[in-house]
Design a protein around this ligand. Structure first.
Ligand SMILES: [Ca+2]
Length: 272
């Protein structure tokens, strides 16, 4: 997740585009990635802004009704926590052991899953108590995690999404995420929304909406400018964290160490 070197050969095009996207506020993935990104681009409208614990290095976010489960990262600071939507208050939290760097989380009924960055370990918790009731081993890095009703859906920092059996954490199948010919790398926090995978792209203010069967990018979401910063304020951290209220049809996003969490609506992009 906080790898600085990141870009792989396959991603060189989009990686450059990502840098330019951040630097050039009028640029778009479509123009910068050329033929690679023929998919539509969404802009956004802020519906509401809520407090968010700026101490939270957000790695996973799930809406649970008037609040969230959130997984946080960094060694010695990682935890799972339950928070309140309106106030951002942390109702309860359970820390990970110091050697683990927490990443994405997923909720299946009474069980909460949490993956780790490089420790190849996933933890299983009882939802109501945060008691650790099990763990799984897997190969490779862990970045984002979500649940589609059948499988856990996991990212690892590459352009590969892995579907896993929630009973064993075994990989069931994988799909490569592409926009045209470009591999879309650095897929980070995930959310399954209406038969699409939404993914933060690490180190950018962009989200990709992915066809879960083919891996094709259906559209892009441009969230540049979402967190307004005053003079002299540095960016707290990158955009990371997508949560969907399926009943209320509300979309929430935040970032690592962000002081705010936003409800947003997608609108036609101002920079198509
Ligand atoms: Ca999520």
């Amino acid at each position: 997740m906080n790898r600085r070197h990141v870009l792989r050969t396959s991603l060189a095009g989009l990686g450059m585009a990502g840098g330019l996207m951040l630097a050039n506020r009028t640029g778009t993935p479509a123009t910068l990635a050329g033929q690679a990104a023929v998919a539509p681009i969404w802009g956004y409208k802020t519906v509401a802004e809520y407090p968010h614990d700026p101490g939270a290095y957000t790695q996973g976010l799930i809406y649970i009704g008037d609040g969230f489960f959130e997984g946080t990262g960094l060694r010695g600071e990682s935890d799972i926590r339950e928070t309140v939507l309106q106030t951002g208050e942390v109702l309860r939290e359970s820390p990970l052991a110091e050697e683990y760097f927490g990443e994405g989380i997923a909720l299946i009924d009474d069980h909460l899953y949490q993956i780790t960055w490089q420790e190849e370990t996933a933890f299983l918790y009882q939802r109501d108590t945060f008691e650790q009731i099990g763990s799984f081993r897997y190969e490779g890095e862990g970045w984002g995690l979500t649940w589609n009703g059948q499988h856990l859906v996991m990212s690892d920092g590459s352009n590969v999404i892995t579907y896993r059996d929630p009973a064993t954490f075994a990989a069931v199948r994988t799909v490569e995420v592409r926009a045209g010919d470009l591999a879309v790398d650095n897929l980070n926090e995930l959310e399954w929304i209406d038969d699409e995978i939404w993914a933060n792209i690490f180190q950018t203010d962009w989200i990709v909406r992915i066809d879960p069967e083919s891996g094709n990018v259906n559209s892009w979401v441009d969230l540049r400018g979402l967190l307004p910063l005053g003079p002299g304020e540095g960016m707290p951290g990158v955009l990371n964290g997508i949560a969907w209220d399926s009943e209320g049809q509300r979309l929430f996003v935040t970032g690592k160490h962000w002081p705010s969490l936003f409800e947003i609506e997608l609108v036609a992009s101002a920079n198509p």
